[in-house]
Write a protein that binds this ligand. Structure first.
Ligand SMILES: O=C(O)CCC(=O)C(=O)O
Ligand SMILES: [Fe+2]
Length: 195
């Protein structure tokens, strides 16, 4: 990512690469992922109440890297050829090896993801998170945990790559808010390394 600007002013590093995949490749990958990924709508427990997540998700990755999430241990599905191709491409840019990917499918602008940090302890202290997007563009918001004046947003476009590293997950929250004007679907893949 030499020569690419850090999108956050302090406490971490976020780099954006707008066209890691060509429009043609991105169209193909979007369709392949819609059809071949084992999408599910999972429940989460919020204040003792079961609610469905406002998007579909799936976990893929190395078989020996299970992931626990809100008390449930999830075994990943095995890598598919498309996922391995995407992983190889981003590993060259990030100069980092990933073990796992969380896929999110936002069916339209009513689907979303709330403020959070990717700070699960199996990701280690300063995780490298590689995020690839296909389909409808959506805003990715970042806000500093302490300094409320520090906020930014970036439009994650078809075929783009966002890389978060360093101390970002200690100090910055991120989210995908609803955008009711968006009618198309979007797929995001966040590649991670489970230690
Ligand atoms: O959809 C996105 O761009 C963000 C996904 C995300 O933050 C996550 O999976 O942890
Ligand atoms: Fe995240």
């Amino acid at each position: 990512m030499e020569g690419v600007t850090n999108l956050i002013p302090v406490d971490g590093a976020v780099y954006f690469y707008p066209a890691l995949f060509s429009p043609e490749e991105s169209d193909q990958l979007f369709s392949a992922l819609i059809n071949n990924i084992q999408w599910k709508q999972e429940p989460v427990f919020i204040m003792g109440k079961e609610i469905m997540q406002p998007r579909l998700t799936a976990w893929y990755g190395d078989a020996d890297k299970a992931y626990s999430y809100t008390g449930i241990t999830m075994t990943p599905h095995a890598w598919t050829p498309e996922l391995l191709m995407i992983k190889t491409r981003i590993e060259q840019i990030a100069q980092h090896t990933f073990t796992s990917v969380l896929l999110n499918y936002y069916r339209d602008g009513k689907d979303s993801m709330g403020w959070h940090r990717d700070n699960e302890k199996e990701l280690g202290n300063n995780p490298v998170i590689g995020s690839v997007s296909f389909g409808a563009s959506r805003y990715f918001h970042l806000k500093h945990r302490v300094d409320k004046t520090l906020r930014t947003k970036i439009r994650l476009t078809h075929g783009s790559f966002l890389l978060m590293k360093g101390t970002t997950q200690h100090h910055w929250y991120h989210s995908i808010p609803k955008e009711l004007k968006v009618t198309g679907g979007r797929i995001n893949l966040t590649f991670r390394t489970i230690i």
